[in-house]
Write a protein that binds this ligand. Structure first.
Ligand code: GLN
Length: 320
């Protein structure tokens, strides 16, 4: 990096530091228009007014605002990283035998296209059906071993040894997930899933229930922003090609069936989860973690999306 780009980066960081509290306060007002997810009963306990953000750069500078110390479960954000692990375990050919590369335009837990479009493979790895298929591809002798490998991988990427499963959320989802169960049995019938459906769902619900803070998401995003290499440790965690695949899915499918709108308004690869988290990144610059449990109708953090729109528009972050 030359001096000029260093200066630009510092100018940008100073501007963010100055403006972020105001931008966050303004976005927080949107929380009132959203609703905390209730279909997993444990998630309904979250505070619907909360909003936090953590931005980290390659030198380790962190900028935070709002309620960024509160842990929340990753939910669908974990799907990006289980996809990466499945690619590292199996290679592209095997993974894309089981999941497609296209957005659905449907809700994240819709089964509609599974039967409608032949062959019956999930459209992409970021919808529930696709992520369940991906969970079945993680290497390990049994569910416990697969869970340990996933958690270890996430710990490395977040540079946080204390990441752990949230047992209450795991139990809550396991007891109420009839829709995901029906999807998994359908996929087994079609030969997409091999093995014991309960074990595969155990792996899926477990990785959705990993507790993180905005800081963890930001650090994991930073690895993606630098093509699989953590710029702070210098460790290449993931091959560049697989990060390219994951980031492309984040642009086309990461915000569910609002991914087109998010690409127009924000223009960055991102992935959201129903606990209100959003992981996003500015390539070569920043990793970003956002959390705001009040969701819009598509299941994305309503205030979180607004805050990212504000940041992207003011800092000209859109890639397009
Ligand atoms: N565990 C959640 C589910 O399967 C994840 C969904 C999400 O975050 N959109 O319903």
């Amino acid at each position: 990096m030359n001096n000029h780009s260093h200066k630009n980066n510092n100018d940008e960081i100073n501007l963010i530091k100055q403006q972020l509290p105001d931008w966050l306060a303004n976005s927080r007002k949107r929380c009132a228009d959203g609703k905390v997810a209730g279909y997993i009963p444990e998630l309904a306990k979250a505070n619907s007014d909360s909003l936090g953000i953590h931005i980290i750069d390659a030198a380790g500078n962190s900028i935070t605002a709002g309620d960024c110390g509160i842990p929340f479960t990753m939910q669908s954000i974990s799907k990006v990283f289980t996809l990466l692990l499945a690619l590292m375990d199996n290679g592209e050919d095997l993974v894309f035998d089981k999941v497609g590369m296209e957005p659905t335009g449907d809700h994240f837990n819709s089964m509609l296209k599974l039967e409608l479009v032949q062959p019956s493979i999930p459209f992409n790895p970021l919808i529930n059906a696709g992520a369940i298929a991906i969970s079945s591809l993680i290497k390990g002798e049994n569910a416990g071993e697969k869970n340990n490998r996933i958690l270890d991988f996430f710990k490395q990427l977040a540079n946080n040894d204390s990441l752990a499963y949230n047992d209450a959320v795991f139990q809550s989802e396991s007891h109420t997930a009839d829709l995901n169960r029906s999807m998994a049995y359908f996929l087994k019938d079609k030969g997409i899933l091999r093995g014991n459906v309960d074990d595969i769902l155990n792996v899926y619900f477990r990785h959705c229930s990993i507790d993180v803070t905005c800081a963890d998401l930001a650090r994991m995003a930073l690895v993606l922003a630098f093509d699989g290499k953590d710029p702070l440790s210098g460790i290449q965690h993931i091959p560049r090609r697989y990060v390219q695949i994951a980031k492309t899915f984040m642009v086309t499918c990461g915000m569910y069936n609002a991914s087109g709108q998010f690409a127009i308004q924000v223009g960055l690869p991102a992935k959201s989860g129903v606990a209100g988290g959003i992981l996003t990144l500015v390539p070569g610059k920043f990793g970003i973690g956002v959390a705001g449990p009040a969701l819009n109708a598509k299941g994305n953090s309503i205030a979180g999306v607004h805050l990212l729109e504000t940041l992207s528009q003011n800092l000209k972050w859109s890639l397009f």
